[in-house]
Every structure is written in structure tokens, then in C-alpha cells.
Write a protein that binds this ligand. Structure first.
Ligand code: PGA
Length: 252
């Protein structure tokens, strides 16, 4: 279903105490201040998932997500975390294919297709990331590359499975750089992605939430979220501050 989503990607930040403080502040602020039917997702580091989930509790718009999972379901894969493990913790979302995973951990489209499959098999909602590096944007290859990323990792799904996926368009040059895509650039790419989905899945494309990511903050969120094809944001740095992230969550 096409939902409005403010997702925070905490990346590898915060000690347990700091994470608890951030989550309890957010719990109060979001409950008091965020109106409407949008949802908020906190993608915490693995060790804090259960603690933060219990702290947030049920009956709230706040959901918990992981930042990655293995393509394998179980076995001798030291240091990895599986989709069945996340499922068993009651974690509903998992970020897959973040550009930092692609860049630093060599994750490619084929591997990500497997991760998407295993996540869906265990009823996790993948937040599938795509986006072009600066040199590709400068060479005007961004549309081609992003369409290819979506195709490689999602186009093997049937329409029912695709509808369970959230997509995040995150131009790499905008991540952690303070350099946000303009609302027009974001809207243009989101429309390209939706049109590409429609070419394969028809009307189902209108049910897919496509989030923008890359230096989203309290000052630019409203304009970005107002774009017709932008259904919310995947927020890194600004999700680590309760006041700032709450303002973003209020920007629909
Ligand atoms: P940023 O990160 O908001 O710090 O740019 C976004 C992301 O990497 O998801």
C-alpha cells in the first residue's frame, strides 16, 4: 500500500544509552505532535532492535527496522544476521541495498535480489535503496542506472510481492553531504522510477511508496514530501536528533 513514511537510518551510531534516550524522546514527541496517518520507522543498529522495539511498544505509529540482512536463511555465516532472526524479533522492516552497503561491502543487484527474496519470504518489508553516484549524474546516466538497479533486484517479483516493497531513491552525492537534491530533481527521478515500475506492473506502481533520501532535514522535508511522487524520506544524520526528526515526521 502506498503509505507516507518518515524512516530514520541510524547507521552505526549511538551507544545503548544514547539509543534509548533518542527512542524515548521520539516516542513522546511523535505521539504528541505527528498528526495524520503517516508512519515512522526507526532503523536501528542490530544490537538495539529488541530493546528499542520494547521501549516503543505497540499502539503507536512508530515501527522498527533493521539496516541489512543476510541473503542466507541460516548457517555458518559468522557475523551475519538473517531475515528469520529479524522476523522472530518482530521487526517488520529491513533496509536493503543502501549505497554504503553497495560501496563498502560490495553488494550488487544480483545479491540484493536474493536479499529481497529472503526478506519477503519471512514477511519483512524491504526498504530497497537505489541511487546514482555523482559521476553518473554528471554524465547524465542517472535515469539509466537507477532503472537498472530497480530492474536487477525487483523485476523478478510478481505484482503481489512487489507491492510489499518500499523503494528509497538516494542519490549517492546527496548522502551525508548536506547537498540535497532539489525537489524537482527528486520528483523527476521518482516519476522515472514509478513509470518504470508501471511499464512492468501497470497500476500496481501507484501503490508503491517511493522515499527520497540524501540530506533530508527539517528545513527541506516539507518541499520534498510535497512532490507528487515522493512518499516520504529515508533520513540519516537528521534522524539522530529527536527534535529534528520529529519536525521531518511532521512535514507531510
Ligand atoms: P543522510 O543519509 O540523511 O545523512 O544524507 C541518508 C541515508 O543514507 O539514508
Amino acid at each position: 500500500m502506498r503509505e507516507k513514511i518518515a524512516a530514520g537510518n541510524w547507521k552505526m551510531n549511538k551507544t545503548l544509552d544514547e539509543a534509548n534516550t533518542l527512542a524515548s524522546e521520539l516516542k513522546g514527541m511523535i505521539a504528541d505532535e505527528v498528526k495524520g496517518d503517516s508512519i515512522v520507522i526507526l532503523c536501528t543498529p542490530f544490537p538495539y532492535l529488541l530493546t528499542i522495539k520494547n521501549l516503543i511498544g505497540s499502539g503507536t505509529r512508530i515501527k522498527i527496522g533493521a539496516q541489512n540482512c543476510s541473503e542466507h536463511e541460516a548457517g555458518a555465516y559468522t557475523g551475519e544476521v538473517s531475515a528469520p532472526m529479524l522476523k522472530s524479533l518482530g521487526i517488520p522492516y529491513v533496509i536493503l541495498g543502501h549505497s554504503e552497503r553497495r560501496q563498502y561491502f560490495g553488494e550488487d543487484g544480483k545479491l540484493l535480489a536474493k536479499k529481497v527474496d529472503v526478506a519477503l519470504k519471512h514477511e519483512l518489508t524491504p526498504i530497497f535503496c537505489c541511487g546514482e553516484p555523482l559521476e553518473v549524474r554528471e554524465a547524465n546516466g542517472h535515469e539509466t542506472l537507477v532503472k537498472k538497479q530497480v530492474e536487477e533486484s525487483l523485476f523478478h517479483l510478481d505484482a503481489t510481492a512487489l507491492q510489499k516493497v518500499v523503494i528509497a531513491y538516494e542519490p549517492v552525492w546527496a548522502i551525508g553531504t548536506g547537498k540535497t537534491a532539489t525537489a524537482q530533481q527528486a520528483q523527476d527521478m521518482h516519476a522515472v522510477i514509478r513509470k518504470h515500475l508501471a511499464s512492468m506492473y501497470g497500476d500496481v506502481a501507484n501503490n508503491i511508496s517511493i522515499l527520497y533520501g540524501g540530506s533530508v532535514n527539517a528545513a527541506n522535508a516539507k518541499e520534498l514530501f510535497a512532490c507528487a511522487d515522493v512518499d516520504g524520506g529515508l533520513v540519516g544524520g537528521a534522524s539522530l536528533k529527536s527534535r529534528e526528526f520529529t519536525e521531518i515526521a511532521k512535514s507531510f
